[in-house]
Design a protein around this ligand. Structure first.
Ligand code: GTR
Length: 421
């Protein structure tokens, strides 16, 4: 049965997608390419101070990523109201307070709500917080029976018991392995998580989610330079931060944006667009996240846009198989986070996300951190597996696959203790 499933699976993948079988996994086949200089403006002016970086270069790079990669948010929209749906000040064996807070947004006669699940260290007055989305609902990150199951659309997943695009009790606690809740609390941090599908369902359909609240009359999908889903999810993190500023239990000046994979692309974009995030973690974010696009190793722009046409703005399509035409690369996205602490993490078996491309990106972003007198990834030599480099810009590659593990969290906590707390 197992063999049969594997055979059927690989047959399906290969026959469905010739592009996947053409994926480059060989370093010798990485094309030679020029790494765009973060400190050289589009008009050829060399930046040599943090002041000029912020005044001239940072804004033009941000604009480029907005217009050509993730897409612009058409207009600002504030929280209409928030409701504490539930609170218990003595949970997880007396370790934590739990809150479930619903944020509501209104525009165009439409309403969107999403719920933040918060675990906060019980005896802390104002806690620093890790904020990150989850893939299958807040109730999957814990066995805690009180966590509300979202009624938002979800991708079907048999092993999680998700049928008819509906989340169920069956998946409660199924993702506890990815969320080191106790370790986070023991270190004096809170954890805030949101089911990403509540902000924008992860499908190529722009009739729902937050996009639909901000259309002009007659519009039913974003314009070519307007936001895709990654920008929408990032927006949701930014609005959560607005709420944190009102919550007396949270230190809103110490919120770290965390994300894995597509949600790592999301945490990077959130950190780039909102300087209030005190730090950013990219866990295995790969193509369109931390990895350099021009290396064409593992997932590429054309592949990601074909498989997930809704993630980026339509303007990004022009660079599929034309990476050389891109005047930027992802290290400049990382540089937009400077001088705030940044952690890029890879996994040895996650070649699809191009660990070396993620590492080099952190290295090339470092020159911007250096302008502020901060240390990053100064070397071009990749560290060995499980030998992290901890600086304001940190990096590790761990053994194992595309995932979030306790090892990752232990390192994020160590780094946060030194550079964020
Ligand atoms: C993959 C996608 C990656 C990554 C991943 C995930 O299929 O190709 O870019 O985002 O999904 O989010 O799990």
């Amino acid at each position: 049965m197992k063999l049969l499933t594997c055979f059927v699976c690989s047959f399906f993948i290969l026959s469905m997608s010739p592009i996947l079988s053409q994926t480059n996994y060989e370093e010798s086949k990485v094309p030679s390419f020029e790494v765009p200089d973060p400190l050289l403006t589009f008009s050829g002016y060399k930046i040599n101070s943090a002041k000029n970086w912020e005044k001239v270069r940072r804004p033009e790079l941000l604009r480029f990523f907005e217009n050509d990669i993730y897409g612009k948010i058409p207009k600002s929209l504030k929280i209409d109201s928030y409701t504490i749906l539930e609170q218990d000040n003595n949970v997880l064996n007396g370790k934590a307070k739990r809150k479930q807070v619903e944020l509501t947004f209104k525009n165009n006669g439409k309403t969107l709500s999403y719920t933040i699940l918060l675990y906060l260290p019980k005896n802390k007055v104002k806690a620093p917080v890790f904020l990150g989305y989850n893939f299958y609902g807040n109730h999957t990150i814990t066995e805690d029976k009180a966590v509300i199951i979202s009624s938002a659309w979800a991708n079907n997943n048999e092993s999680f018991g998700i049928k008819n695009n509906t989340l169920t009790e069956e998946s409660r606690g199924k993702r506890t392995n990815r969320w080191a809740v106790e370790k986070i609390l023991d270190a004096g941090y809170g954890l805030a998580t949101i089911y990403y599908g509540e902000v924008d369902p992860d499908k190529n359909d722009f009739s729902d989610g937050i996009h639909s609240l901000l259309y002009q009359q007659g519009q039913n999908q974003p314009k070519p330079a307007e936001w895709g889903s990654i920008a929408a999810w990032s927006w949701g993190m930014v609005r959560a931060l607005d709420y944190f500023e009102k919550d007396p239990d949270i230190d809103a000046s110490k919120v770290i944006a965390f994300g894995h994979s597509r949600l790592g692309k999301t945490s990077l974009w959130a950190g780039a667009t909102d300087k209030r995030f005190a730090g950013v973690i990219s866990n295995n974010s790969g193509c369109g996240g931390a990895a350099l696009s021009k290396r064409k190793f593992g997932e590429t722009i054309s592949v990601i846009n074909e498989r997930f046409p809704h993630w980026f703005c339509d303007n990004f399509n022009q660079y599929g198989d034309h990476e050389e035409a891109l005047p930027v690369d992802q290290h400049q996205l990382l540089a937009l986070i400077a001088p705030r602490p940044l952690y890029v993490a890879s996994a040895e078996e996650d070649q699809w996300a191009d660990p070396r491309g993620e590492f080099l990106s952190a290295h090339y972003a470092t020159q911007v951190y250096n302008l502020y007198g901060k240390k990053g990834i100064e070397t071009m030599e990749m560290p060995k597996v499980n030998e992290p480099i901890h600086n304001t810009v940190s990096y590790h590659i761990r053994t194992g696959k595309h995932d979030v593990t306790d090892y990752d969290w232990e390192n994020y906590i160590k780094w946060a203790n030194t550079f964020v707390k």
